[in-house]
Design a protein around this ligand. Structure first.
Ligand SMILES: Nc1ncnc2c1ncn2[C@@H]1O[C@H](COP(=O)(O)OP(=O)(O)O)[C@@H](O)[C@H]1O
Ligand SMILES: [Mg+2]
Length: 231
């Protein structure tokens, strides 16, 4: 198992203690695309943030590629995030006063064995827009830069939190096709959050969350190409 989550629990205390993860179990094989579906507030982002080493649980464990990251200290987690995990978020999170190429360079400069900025820009189909600033790109293009930035470090695991949440149907399909292409070409294991049921058809594994727990895990023998997702 490439990602193995076991008994993961977390609560927030904001005066009242609210359980957000209630003993989550999740398993994802190497080289697969997993999709996490569930209503707003069901704990999807919290789960992903713990898997990505951005947040710590109260109880339970997360293993990624044979390492129990929930046992790591802060320095170990920082190294894990830097070397192993690529992140893509709903609102791109590009640095506004850096060009597309410079946004990617920022990450490759601190990576151990980065791909080249030219290679990842070409992979996302934006070689001709290297010198554009984020404000000079469409939402879909900005998200493709964000994906290029996430994969330039050649991560083992790509985590995407609602990557199409701010995009129209056409740009969404492009971004999802790109994520599928990264998975196929680089062998990157992908875990993606969405609340769009239709996206489940492109995943190998589908995890449905409700009220802080994964209630079903199903597997597609034949995931469909993102281009064929019925919006
Ligand atoms: N930092 C925080 N402090 C307090 N409550 C939080 C915090 N982050 C998330 N929550 C709560 O945890 C629950 C799950 O949030 P989240 O994981 O973001 O869900 P989802 O991504 O499925 O919408 C929500 O009820 C949210 O209000
Ligand atoms: Mg969320």
């Amino acid at each position: 198992m490439f990602v193995s989550v076991s008994g993961l629990a977390k609560s927030y205390d904001t005066g009242v203690v609210t359980p957000v993860l209630r003993g989550v179990d999740l398993q994802l094989d190497q080289g697969r695309i997993g999709v996490i579906l569930g209503p707003s507030g069901s704990g999807k982002s919290t789960l992903m943030n713990v898997i990505g080493g951005l947040d710590r649980p109260d109880d339970g464990s997360v293993e990624v590629d044979g390492q129990r990251i929930t046992d790591f200290n802060d320095a170990g987690l920082a190294e894990y995030r830097r070397d192993r995990v690529g992140f893509v978020f709903q609102f791109y999170n590009l640095v506004p006063n850096l060009t597309a190429g410079e946004n990617i360079d920022v990450v490759s400069n601190i990576s151990r064995q980065p791909l080249s900025t030219g290679e990842v820009l070409s992979a996302v189909g934006l070689s001709d827009k290297k010198h554009r600033f984020p404000r000079e790109l469409s939402g879909g293009e900005q998200q493709r830069v964000a994906i290029a930035r996430a994969i330039v470090k050649n991560p083992k695991l790509l985590l995407c939190d609602e990557p199409t949440g701010a995009l129209d149907a056409e740009a969404s399909r492009d971004v999802l096709a790109l994520i599928q292409q990264v998975n196929a070409d680089f062998g990157t294991t992908v875990l993606m959050i969405t609340h769009n049921e239709a996206i489940a058809d492109m995943a190998h594994s589908v995890f449905r969350m409700r009220s802080g727990d994964v209630v079903t895990a199903t597997h597609n023998a034949q995931p469909i190409p993102a281009e064929r997702i019925d919006w």
